[in-house]
Design a protein around this ligand. Structure first.
Ligand code: ADP
Ligand code: MG
Length: 262
């Protein structure tokens, strides 16, 4: 039996490995994310970051290693069982119903979460409590009221990413996996999403894969660096900035070098 306390890490990955043919995409990755911590996972392209996120979420089976979520062993659990254990992941727009309104998307997400509570009701939009929960979620995730009735697919890219984030947040996860949430965003949109994530700090542990180093260094409590499938360093942003092996790994990436120098 597992017991959970405030000291139980939100996520403990131990020696997780995944290979694709001869390629070792994740090589004995061990990683701990503490409750409420924003833990950034950075590394050059092809380092295995998305593979690790897929292994953690259960989308891809690990070859070996183990995973605990809130002290519960989910190594062999399905994606759905991992969600029940408290894990959620943001799915990059594909999760959004493009032709439904923003509010309908939120209603569906809240209803999916609280399904049993609301199932006796005839229609989603007649249920005041459900609507209130969806509206509260929208406000919590900084989705402006003026957007609520628009078809989700017509929103600017940055707003769609925020909506996608809100759909994952609806599950009230204790661990949220975010794979490059700022991808394809302009500087203003990146800043708004960074502020949103910052505003939710402490309410869930987050494992954040992100290329935008400014966002990473602003948000992360700790950073792990993945190179060729292996974690080469874990530490505070300052420790990572000063780490020679990390600087070496990012040689040739001028944007990253710039941030590591600052
Ligand atoms: N489904 C797959 N089949 C074969 N190779 C894959 C697959 N997914 C990822 N890879 C390979 O694994 C390595 C790590 O990829 P990925 O996890 O996407 O890296 P990152 O997200 O850090 O850029 C890359 O060399 C990539 O080509
Ligand atoms: Mg990736």
């Amino acid at each position: 039996m597992t017991t959970r306390s405030a000291l139980t890490p939100a996520l403990v990955a131990t020696q997780l490995s995944k290979c694709y043919g001869a390629l070792q995409a994740c090589d004995q990755v061990s990683l701990t994310v503490l409750p409420g911590e924003i833990h950034a996972l950075i590394g050059p392209n092809g380092a295995g970051k998305s593979t690790l996120i897929n292994v953690l979420s259960g989308a891809v089976a690990a070859d070996s290693g183990s995973l605990l979520i809130n002290g519960r062993d989910v190594t062999l659990a399905s994606m759905q069982q991992r969600v029940v254990a408290g894990l959620a992941r943001s799915y990059q727009i594909t999760n959004i119903f493009q032709t439904s309104s923003v509010m309908d998307n939120l209603l569906i997400a809240v209803q999916a979460q609280q399904g049993s509570q609301f199932s006796f009701l005839r229609s989603r939009d007649r249920d005041t409590a459900l609507v209130q929960a969806a509206q509260a979620l929208a406000l919590e995730c900084s989705i402006e009221v003026s957007l609520w009735n628009l078809p989700a697919g017509t929103l600017p890219h940055g707003e769609q990413r925020k909506l996608e984030f809100a759909l994952a947040w609806a599950a009230r996860p204790s661990v949220l996996l975010l794979d490059e949430p700022m991808a394809g965003m302009g500087p203003d949109e990146t800043l708004r999403l960074t502020e949103l994530i910052d505003s939710l700090r402490g309410r869930a542990a987050m494992l954040l894969v992100e290329h935008d180093m400014q966002a990473v260094f602003r948000l992360a409590d700790r950073i792990s660096v993945l190179v060729y499938g292996r974690i080469i360093a874990t530490g505070t942003p300052e420790e990572i900035r000063l780490n020679d092996a990390v600087r070496q790994a990012y040689l040739g990436d001028e944007g990253a070098q710039e941030t590591l120098r600052c």
